[in-house]
Write a protein that binds this ligand. Sequence first.
Ligand SMILES: *[C@@H]1O[C@H](CO)[C@@H](O)[C@H](O)[C@H]1NC(C)=O
Ligand SMILES: *[C@@H]1O[C@H](CO)[C@@H](O)[C@H](O)[C@H]1NC(C)=O
Ligand SMILES: CC(=O)N[C@H]1CO[C@H](CO)[C@@H](O)[C@@H]1O
Length: 519
Amino acid sequence: MISSTGIALLGAIVGAYMFLRALLHFTQDAKEPQAIENAIPFISPILGMATKGADFYGAMRDKYNLPLYTLRMPGSRIYVVNSTALIPVIQRQFRTLSFTAIESKLARDLMGVSKSTDEIISRNNTRDEGYLMTFPKYIHPAVSAGPGLDAMNRRSVEVLAESLDRWARTGPTMIKMFKWVRHELLMATTEGVYGPKNPYRDPAMEEAWHRFEPGVMMFILKLWPRIFAKESFQAREYMGKVWERYFEEGAYKEGSKLIQCRVQINDAFQIPLNQTAKIEVGGSLAILANTFPSTFWMVYHIFSDPVVLEDIRTELFAHVKEVDGVCIIDLADVKGSCPILLSTFKEMFRYNGIGVSARIAMEEHMLDNKYLIKKGSTLLIPSRVQHTTPSVWGEKVDEFSHKRFMRQPGIKQPTPIAFRGFGGGTTLCPGRHFVSTEVLMFSALMALRFDIRPVGGKWLRPTTEKSPLIAAIPIPDWDIDVEICPRDDKKWIVSFSGYDKDMEISAEDIGGTTTNEEH
Ligand SMILES: *[C@@H]1O[C@H](CO)[C@@H](O)[C@H](O)[C@H]1NC(C)=O
Ligand SMILES: *[C@@H]1O[C@H](CO)[C@@H](O)[C@H](O)[C@H]1NC(C)=O
Ligand SMILES: CC(=O)N[C@H]1CO[C@H](CO)[C@@H](O)[C@@H]1O
């Protein structure tokens, strides 16, 4: 027997369900991309995302096989892109389908700038004269081929080479691989960017960074980080104070061209230095967040497969000159002429990448004259979907194939648009040349000078299910205990002479493809 309260409750649930179905039906325009996952209207998509994490979009592609589909969420719509062909179409509409509109939200929620600075950053944010549209132009001379980028890379490579030299002299050492890589890259990156007064030389700052980073999502989703991500919030405030000293004392003047350009644009837009200090949390995130996991996975893929290691070593040793027992290498040569290393790097991005590019529709738009995109909705381009499509990458799409991106006679290259390691169009990561160089140079030096042996003898790939979905490359769920052993006790002279040609990393670097104003 069901009690009358039970019947009433059941009635209410059925009523609510019918209401939601009807609501969804009557508010979904027939011209919009098909709405999917409607078993429980507005709720099923959230449950799907929560349970499947980074695999959600791939699962939806396989289940529905639609070029573009709608996920109805409470109070908003998300359109998710599968079709590679739609990507350039979306990227061309960079004012209507805006990334800067998302950036200005991030600036406010993540960095915690003042109201007036928020107003400056958000003003005209889809127009050429706005802060966010101007930003890439200001930093362009610092992050693309030229003396500014060379100087920054040279300093970072110097720091890496010196540190690895110390490790080599120490002899075989047990380390936790992710933690170790993270520290090496943090020091090298921040020395390159911030110069001799680099605040990260203080271990308290490094520690603050690691307390801040796990809470990033709480800031972005506005889940009251002051209360629910207290450590992260306090770390951000602490770093803000440190940056304030750094900028107000003029320490940035001894730093890289990049940090100087950032101050310049803020000056031009009349953002005071104490707010530039707040914004620097975003600056650090841009240079650090993906660098650590990228380097970790590079080292993992190279050392866990003897074939990859052997191929890369052979390629690298062709650039080593030995004079009177001293090994000499100019890493600038390596950057330009080690196709296997570069291909392995891209494959690392393809294989591991979970980045999702996002756009907000500033007005109603008919995409490709076919799909109605409603004002205020979000468009997502999950890189994982692009990176795992068999029609693009072939049968062996699920394998790590370190030579996949090499130009080989008779083998057709996959369309560069489907490679989204660094985003694309207006969201293309402007720091990709700096960051890639560091990751490549570290990997190269490790392969040349060290062997790495996992404790227990076997490489076990860590899962990445717990990785926060903010990074484009996932953080491993657990660390790997390894022993690093120097391969010889020779003296090494490592230099980085400068390199005046950008590497071909993204479709935009290769040229002839798609997109709007490329930064
Ligand atoms: C999804 O995208 C892939 C890659 O472009 C394509 O091969 C496939 O046909 C797409 N599915 C639909 C229905 O568009
Ligand atoms: C930041 O600097 C501006 C201009 O120098 C000043 O007016 C403002 O009071 C400062 N804000 C804080 C929070 O110190
Ligand atoms: C061209 C344009 O729309 N410029 C606007 C930028 O923002 C300021 C302040 O909101 C407006 O006064 C301008 O008209």
